[in-house]
Design a protein around this ligand. Structure first.
Ligand code: DP6
Length: 322
């Protein structure tokens, strides 16, 4: 059988997902909201092949085994169980952002895999079904199925936990790469530690629900200032929460904090820019299209010209023609 190929992009959360209430189904403790980017694509092909004893994974041209293969194979087992199929597959995946550079994401990876694998195994899923499927690989992948701004409803079970589009004003991001190295603690492990040990966890859940409601309202109203304020405040709350685990985890580096300060300086100079960071030291700065160039120039002075990238809102995961 010929291969089915799909492409997906990472998303950056403006309201963060941090903590699961069901690890098996990947149900989050609260909803979240993100912007899908138009850069750093992952392109993945899935080819069913007769006679293979186990799935095969090629990532950026190298055959992978161990944990990486196990995670992809477990995901394909779920697809096979939905499709009533048993055949193994060859998965080839290429990241435009190098996997080790801290920008490649499990979101684009599992969004592209969900799209390609469901087509290869003949599943006929609608947009919600695809988002739910991608979620089973990595929570944030549920949002990379969606164009532009996506809200992921936490839901109460497998059926009700999915992402869908929210209307929003034009916005983009300036990504400042502070450190390209791999993370000290994976987000999956750090999330688990947070749920188990942070004394602030219940406050995080309730304040995230409140922020999400306000964020969706601001997006629908096209209110960029409120979107930015909520984005930066929620990111700092997440990093404070993560720092409250036992043992503590801190992802932001001195240079990340410098970028946050520079973004505050841009605002004083009349450029609407707001900073956020995921489970790592790199900073994504939310801007309106007219603020992107000045923001990029200001951040380049801190992290270097090569470490700054201006990106726009991008498309959800989609199949590529054969
Ligand atoms: C900080 O989606 O990578 O980027 O569901 O365990 O695979 P798993 O976690 P993942 O976590 C993303 C965490 C985050 C915030 C976000 O994207 O909302």
């Amino acid at each position: 059988m010929s291969a089915v190929t799909a492409r997906a992009h990472p998303n950056i959360a403006l309201i963060k997902y941090w903590g699961k209430k069901d690890e098996e189904l990947i149900l989050p403790v609260a909803g979240s909201l993100s912007l899908t980017l138009d850069a750093f694509a992952t392109t993945t092909s899935v080819e069913l092949r007769e006679g293979l004893a186990e799935d095969r994974l090629e990532l950026d041209g190298l055959v992978r085994d161990g944990e990486q293969l196990a995670r992809v194979s477990a995901f394909l087992d779920h697809v096979r169980s939905l499709a009533g199929a048993s055949g193994r597959a060859v998965v080839r995946s290429v990241n435009e952002a190098p996997t080790a550079a801290g920008l490649a994401s499990s979101a684009s990876g599992f969004a592209a895999l969900a799209m390609a694998a469901s087509a290869a195994y003949g599943l006929d899923l609608d947009a919600r079904g695809l988002s739910r499927l991608a979620r089973r690989g990595s929570g944030s992948a549920a949002r990379s199925l969606v164009d532009g701004v996506a809200v992921w409803h936490a839901g109460t079970d497998d059926e009700s936990s999915y992402a869908e589009a929210v209307p929003a004003p034009p916005m983009g991001m300036v990504i400042a790469t502070v450190d390209g190295g791999p993370k000290a603690v994976s987000s999956r492990e750090a999330m688990r530690r947070t749920v188990q040990t942070s004394p602030y966890f219940s406050a995080w859940v309730s304040s995230t629900e409140d922020y999400l409601e306000r964020m969706v309202t601001a997006c629908r109203a096209g209110d960029f200032t409120t979107i930015g304020q909520l984005t930066e405040a929620h990111a700092l709350r997440m990093h404070a929460l993560i720092a409250s685990t036992e043992p503590p985890i801190r992802y932001l580096r001195p240079r990340s904090v410098e970028v946050f300060d520079a973004v505050a300086g841009l605002r004083e100079d009349g450029v609407e820019a707001w900073a956020t960071a995921d489970a790592g030291p790199n900073v994504a700065v939310l801007v309106q299209p007219q603020g992107a160039a000045e923001t990029a120039a200001r951040l380049a002075a801190i992290v270097g010209v090569d470490q700054v990238r201006v990106v726009g809102a991008g498309p959800g995961a989609h199949l590529l023609p054969e």
